[in-house]
Write a protein that binds this ligand. Sequence first.
Ligand code: FAD
Ligand code: DHB
Length: 395
Amino acid sequence: MRTQVAIVGAGPSGLLLGQLLHKAGVDAVVLERQSGEYVLGRIRAGVLEQVCVDLLDEAGIGARMHREGLVHDGFEILAGGERQRVDLNALTGGKSVLVYGQTELTRDLMEARADAGLATVYEAEGVAVHGFDGARPYVTYRAAGQERRLDCDFVAGCDGFHGVCRASVPKGAIVEYEKLYPFGWLGLLADTPPVSDELIYVNSPRGFALCSMRSRTRSRYYLQVPLSGSVDAWTDDAFWEELRLRLDAPARARLVTGPALEKSIAPLRSFVAEPLRFGRLFLAGDAGHIVPPTGAKGLNLAATDVKFLAAALIEFYRERSEAGLEHYSARCLRRVWRAERFSWWFTMLTHRFPDDGPIAAKFQHAELDYLLNSEAGLRTIAENYVGLPLDFGAA
Ligand code: FAD
Ligand code: DHB
């Protein structure tokens, strides 16, 4: 089989890239290790920046997102027992974010791909990328018990943090920066009305908590937990009890509990690979970088990588120009590092670090007290949260 772009991974990055290329008449095949149902069963991100919303519109899959997504003009931070609203709209000249689950967005992209009759190979085993340092890369894999080969012009590594593409790059050609955090997030999804109309990020003496949502009837909550524990040790009752202990009295009074639809623990990590291009192999999304989830930047960064990669590939086929491909890595990395910084900083500001003494909590509270009572401080949080510009001008 032959295609122009071989896309490894059918998460949001791979599917969105496939859709943008298809709209521009560029041919692509998507290879995914898991089944479609498995991909849709992973509960992940929930908050989309305007840049991401615009891109999904450009890809022609925005209709349901606009119908069902919830526009949020602000969110709250609860620290030291007090709540402070971050008025995104007022602080950023009218910007907001959209609450729409990654699962739904992935479903929209999958359906668009199926409706257009585009090729996706689910349950592709043993995917391996070859020859990307030359002009004729190809990908091998097994499907339905048969060895297959896909010849292509370019390979897009959209296969997440544990994927095969980044792992195939010679060690001397790549630099990896990594920080692991000494805790994870335990997430619970439930068909109960959210505790508040807006998200609440909670810094409590018992650790961080986040009250989020997927709709007016579906809540998503997270608790900072030690990495040593297993998700099986957390009954639904234990989760709700611990959440209650981290909330304030008004939120406790409004909290509606119910059986978990899904419960999982995610480790927190900051990670960046440099560069994001190796000959004819390009990394996009979690394959190239990971942020801790505080601030909801992961999916949004993936979307902007894909925007730049799609534009560069389309330019190559239309104009035979490699300018976009040459700038791809540097263009993405500048925005990536700014989001990495924000996610790290927001994590440090809101979580309990087990090895820190009491003075660390005092520093945190003093910093939050300063930020949340200063127009400049609030604006710093707000402009990062709604998403920084796509390009920043001269470095
Ligand atoms: P992925 O979604 O990881 O997709 C990669 C795809 O590649 C997967 O389908 C995988 O099966 C496939 N794949 C992997 N290896 C191979 C292979 N060898 N061959 C073929 N296919 C392969 N972000 C937020 O903004 N907010 C959040 O709340 C949030 N919560 C998260 C919770 C968890 C548990 C995780 C893991 C991430 C979370 N993120 C969150 C981050 C966000 O979900 C990711 O940034 C986003 O999924 C990135 O999309 P992606 O397509 O690049 O990678
Ligand atoms: C969600 C996750 C986040 O990391 C975040 O900052 C906000 C919302 C969510 O899953 O709803």
